[in-house]
Write a protein that binds this ligand. Structure first.
Ligand code: CA
Ligand code: CA
Length: 206
């Protein structure tokens, strides 16, 4: 059985092992370094939700860039892939993305029929929020279901096999301590304890 000395075959290899161990032991600073977040404030016509551009390395520590993986990356922040229920919200999400091709929370479910033809449902948000008619019906490539991205100011769609991006937009709206202020912002501002620096407040549910 190889021991650490066997793995450290040269100095560079040893340094890489040491850095990997440090990263595992100290996930907080890594997570904070990767987040570019903004609040869509209600006094500016928004909903007070927070939106964060997630880039590699991911806060969850994962290594994948596929759309489905970003679902987990957003959940690790206490949020979800961003959803837009108005043109104004989509514009805010696009501003947070800063031109980065980024996963958001829209899907188009495609059904394949026995004759290999396809039909598609209307686009939907993962959260179940209504899909604004002004966003259109999207497009699909039979036989694949489609996944939503923000590209520039617009929503674009990609089929499952190629639905990947290094970036995603997470939306945070949780207020698990019930004080009327979204927890993510309280963690950023330091008014709620976030000792492990992952932006998630662990409330005790009684
Ligand atoms: Ca939303
Ligand atoms: Ca709160």
């Amino acid at each position: 059985m190889p021991n650490l000395r066997d793995w450290c075959t040269n100095r560079i290899h040893c340094v890489r092992i040491a850095l990997a161990v440090i990263a595992l032991l100290c996930p907080g600073p890594r997570a904070q370094a990767q987040l570019k977040a903004a609040q869509w404030r209600s006094d500016e016509g928004g909903n007070d939700h927070w939106y964060a551009l997630i880039e590699r390395p991911y806060p969850s520590g994962g290594v994948c860039g596929a759309w489905h993986c970003h679902v987990g990356n957003c959940a690790a922040l206490g949020g979800y892939l961003a959803t837009a229920t108005s043109t104004q919200e989509l514009q805010f999400i696009a501003a947070v993305a800063r031109g980065n091709y980024s996963a958001i929370g829209g899907t188009i479910d495609v059904t394949v029929h026995p004759d290999d033809s396809c039909s598609a449902d209307e686009p939907r948000w993962l959260t179940g929020e209504p899909w604004p008619s002004e966003f259109g019906s999207g497009s699909y490539q039979c036989p694949f279901s489609m996944y939503g991205y923000i590209q520039g100011p617009s929503i674009v769609w990609a089929p499952a096999p190629s639905a990947s991006s290094n970036n995603a937009i997470a939306e945070m709206s949780a207020d698990c301590n019930g004080d009327g202020i979204i927890d993510f912002g309280q963690c950023v501002g330091g008014t709620l304890a976030d000792l492990d620096r992952d932006y998630v407040v662990r409330c005790t549910v009684s």
